[in-house]
Design a protein around this ligand. Structure first.
Ligand code: SF4
Length: 368
């Protein structure tokens, strides 16, 4: 993967002396830097200038996050309107937007602020987490960082992973997940992680990666990065999401699953999730404009209760059942779950509809 190099860095004065800011500026001394009072002033500028998204991603902003970093995953039923089976997941968002370019990325139509932003006030994030964990010592937390950005895509610039992994290493009731399509694991390899950080990769067959996941690490690079993490004892996980329906999907996904388990010992894999392609109308329009050669918007997708379009239910169920079978052939006891799917689909695929707590416990059982 080609490393990200912005054309310009904006630094909010409130974070100019923080370690994350210093890391970025030390690693990119040649990039022009401007100090600003607040990133909101850039929002007004971007509305006037109206840059393309690709252009806007060439600016990196180091800012202070003033809200709550730590939240329940917005896949929860209350917000989405779909009665989906949830996995009791939490998110922390220390960055927003991504320099990679997956044609199906929902951030394209979801974020109203187009520039890449990293929130440098990591100390505030850690003290917020410490407060939440101490308040509920009997509860187990599984926390992801990849909702509004790729978890590790910028890590070679920010080293955000270092304080996070070290913090989680000493937590009794919490596990951190870095979810990525990059191979940027260099910073992780020498850290005392205590087995409390799971490094996970979103995976698709090479046919899809080469056509639809632009500027990401190749499948071979992702697997090589997973091997390096396993070598130093990290638990790893994989997300087969979005599953894409195309002529050779059965052969390609089966091969992919076999390749993962050929290279990664099943005892090191903590979980695998499956999710099918989903998009909204604005995202579909954006994809057509930004990625005219993508075949994904041409697929037959129908609206679901939450307003998102998905493959017909029988197609989704068939895909999940087959993929689940191929995973279980490799390891019958590995936790596998589906993201953003209805109880009806769950019953048809898994023969059960666990509660949020049950599913969360099952996914975490090997780690806490
Ligand atoms: S890597 Fe993830 S966040 Fe980045 S463009 Fe692809 S889907 Fe979006």
């Amino acid at each position: 993967m080609k490393p990200y190099k912005p054309e310009k860095i904006f630094v909010e004065r409130a974070v100019q002396d923080l370690p994350i800011t210093r890391n970025v500026l030390e690693r990119l001394p040649e990039v022009p830097t401007e100090y600003i009072d607040s990133r909101e002033s850039l929002l007004q500028e971007s509305q006037r200038w109206n840059p393309t998204l690709a252009r806007a991603k060439k600016s990196l902003i180091l800012a202070q996050y003033k809200g709550c970093f730590f939240k329940p995953c917005p896949g929860s039923r209350a917000r989405e309107g779909l009665k989906s089976v949830c996995c009791n997941y939490f998110v922390i968002n220390y960055a927003s937007n991504c320099h990679m370019e997956c044609s199906y990325c929902y951030l394209q139509s979801h974020l109203n602020f187009p520039y890449l932003t990293v929130y440098a006030n990591c100390e505030d994030l850690l003290s917020e987490l410490q407060g939440a964990f101490s308040e509920s010592p009997h509860r187990s937390f599984r926390i992801g960082t990849g909702e509004l950005a790729d978890s590790l895509g910028l890590d070679l610039l920010t080293s955000y992973s270092v304080p996070l992994v070290e913090f989680f290493a000493s937590q009794k009731n919490a596990v951190l997940e870095f979810k990525t399509k990059s191979n940027c694991v260099e910073n992780l390899l020498d850290l005392e992680h205590g087995g409390r950080t799971v490094v996970s990769w979103s995976m698709n067959p090479r046919f899809i990666q080469e056509r639809e996941e632009h500027k990401t690490s190749t499948i071979s690079e992702r697997l090589e990065a997973a091997e390096r993490c396993v070598e130093v004892g990290y638990p790893v996980a994989f997300h087969l999401d979005p599953l894409i329906f195309y002529e050779r999907w059965e052969v390609d996904y089966k091969d992919l699953i076999e390749e993962i388990f050929d290279r990664i010992p099943t005892s090191s894999v903590s979980w695998i999730s499956m999710g099918s392609l989903r998009m909204t109308v604005p995202l579909k329009e954006m994809m057509r404009k930004r990625f005219p050669s993508s075949f994904l918007p041409l697929g037959e997708l129908v609206p679901s209760e939450d307003g998102k379009m998905r493959y017909f239910k029988p197609i989704r169920v068939d895909m999940y059942r087959k993929v689940l079978g191929w995973i279980k052939d490799q390891n019958p006891t590995l936790p596998v779950y589906s993201c953003m799917e209805s109880p009806d689909v769950w019953r048809k695929v898994f023969q059960s509809t666990p509660s949020e707590e049950e599913l969360g416990r099952e996914i975490l059982h090997s780690l806490v």
